[in-house]
Design a protein around this ligand. Structure first.
Ligand code: CP
Length: 309
């Protein structure tokens, strides 16, 4: 049986193209399972998973929990807000206490960059990074590429533009790594203040004119402005941001071709994207959410096979 080349899922930068292919093949199987009347398989009845969320989440937390339940794993959920972290407990102490309850896999979202890598070196469990600060969000990038593959047949050779707050985005970095690994061409577009200086060293082009970026691409992945990570003002006003970088139906219809619209959520409707674009037939935003369950089932299943070896 084929296996992943890694013991953990800490970031796309640690994956090989073959790993992504294997995750997608496995997700194809699980997507068929979750569309059956009985959406559950007994594969991981002997596996226990802890979902540790030190930062807010709707989609990722619910999607992981559902994926684990569909695989019949036992799960425990932890949110930092209601825990002893508030009393000063360290990350390693918190996680080791949880692991002493015989946990096999830890899914963790954390505000600090590298939290998953740090944990993987100090605790005896498989770690899945569910988002670490503004660094990586690997399962989001996998479900995004999987959704492009589903819509357009393949990722290879496709032109993808990632639009918006690149500076504070873990989705952008993981998407750049994943898309390039699969042979897509990637541009980014946004205010220069929200584009990190290092970005061109990753082999992506920068386009600050939104219309030109949209005319070039097959797929636009639109990101949220992350006010909660901003300590200073990066642009004069939301109104100006929307005028220059917001996508509305008139702009979409003016392109003369039908591009695919993606957004990882949560959406600021009327800021980076209008409702008639988010809800249009060109949008695959809810397909991304649906595919997230199959992708997370695949990642968990493949890492669990390595525990069982
Ligand atoms: N896409 C995403 O990570 O959403 P949540 O923050 O709601 O998990």
């Amino acid at each position: 049986m084929k296996a992943l080349s890694t013991d953990h899922l800490l970031g796309i930068k640690y994956l090989k193209k073959e790993d992504i292919n294997l995750i997608f093949e496995t997700a194809d199987h699980f997507k068929e399972v979750i569309n059956r009347p009985i959406k559950k398989v007994p594969s991981l009845r002997d596996i226990t998973i802890a979902n540790l969320f030190f930062e807010n989440s709707t989609r990722t937390k619910l999607s992981f929990e559902l994926a684990e339940k569909r695989l019949s794993a036992d799960i425990i959920n932890f949110s930092a807000g209601q825990s002893s972290v508030k009393k000063g407990e360290t990350l390693i102490d918190t996680v080791n206490n949880i692991l002493s309850m015989k946990v096999d896999i830890v899914v963790m979202r954390h505000p600090n960059v590298g939290a998953g890598v740090f944990l993987s070196k100090h605790v005896n469990a498989r770690i899945i990074n569910a988002g670490d600060g503004a660094h990586e969000h690997p399962t989001q990038a996998l479900l995004d590429s999987y959704s492009i593959r589903e819509k357009l047949g393949s990722v290879k050779g496709k032109k993808i533009v990632i639009i918006g707050d690149i500076l504070h985005s873990r989705v952008a970095l993981s998407n750049i790594f994943a898309l390039q690994l699969q042979g897509a061409k990637v541009k980014i577009c946004g205010p220069t203040t929200l584009i990190p200086k290092f970005i061109t060293s990753l082999g992506v082009e920068v386009e600050t004119n939104l219309k030109k970026a949209l005319e070039w691409c097959d797929v636009a992945n639109v990101l949220r402005v992350q006010h909660e990570r901003m300590d200073i003002k990066y642009f004069p006003s939301i109104r100006e941001y929307t005028q220059l970088f917001g996508i509305d139906k008139a702009l979409l219809d003016s392109l003369g071709k039908k591009i695919v619209i993606m957004h990882p959520g949560p959406i600021n409707r009327g800021v980076e994207i209008t409702s008639d674009v988010a809800d249009s037939d060109q949008s695959i935003i809810l397909n991304q959410v649906e595919n997230g369950v199959a992708i997370r089932m695949a990642v968990i299943y493949l890492l669990a096979q390595q525990i069982k070896k």
